[in-house]
Design a protein around this ligand. Structure first.
Ligand SMILES: [Zn+2]
Ligand SMILES: [Zn+2]
Length: 189
């Protein structure tokens, strides 16, 4: 395998591969590959149910790098209302500006303002794509996942999943909170 092929496998882009017309990458990676880039995140319990499609365009302006991209995958989530597992299609487009870390060190007087927080720095002569993919996945995982917008949740009395069947219990109020549902769930079957 040539060095160039190896770099492509690892999604590492050498700066001198970025020509004036840009560097274009469109590829997909397996479920195992994308799971692997989350391995060192101890508290991440993201379960991928699919591989990932990756499209990246990189442009170079002297030493400043501009990256635009799109990722598409699917992860497994648990609904906060009905507690059921469901497949969440995760799609994100993103843009990053990267600057050489060396120059930043040379000019410490430049304060990093809040607006600059989306600017990140690279080291050496290549750009690593996987950390960007990881960040984009994390940013796009819903914090309050719902299997469907109008999920009916779980009956607080009998624990039935109301999306699947209407139970015979009398309805008090609309949606049951996760904790109420959990408290009542083991009591009856
Ligand atoms: Zn649900
Ligand atoms: Zn019920």
């Amino acid at each position: 395998m040539s060095v160039r092929e190896k770099n492509r496998q690892a999604l590492r882009v050498k700066l001198d591969e970025i020509k004036e017309s840009g560097y274009h990458l469109s590829c997909s990676r397996s479920k195992n590959w994308v799971s692997e880039i989350f391995k060192d995140l101890a508290d991440s319990d993201i379960t991928f149910i699919d591989g990932i499609e990756i499209q990246v365009e990189i442009f170079k302006f002297e030493k400043d790098i501009s990256i635009s991209g799109l990722i598409r995958t699917a992860i497994k989530m648990s609904c906060i209302r009905c507690l059921g597992d469901f497949d969440f299609p995760l799609e994100a487009d993103f843009h990053y500006n990267l600057f050489p870390a060396e120059e930043r060190e040379l000019s410490p007087e430049i304060e990093v303002s809040k607006q600059d927080l989306d600017e990140i720095y690279y080291q050496g002569d290549s750009i690593e794509i996987p950390p960007l993919i990881r960040e984009q996945v994390l940013l796009n995982v819903p914090s309050r996942p719902l299997c469907q917008e109008l999920c009916k949740g779980i009956c607080s009395k009998c624990g039935s999943n109301l999306n699947q069947a209407q139970c015979q219990c009398e309805r008090e109020e609309g949606v049951v909170s996760k904790f109420e549902a959990l408290r009542n769930f083991p009591l009856k079957k």
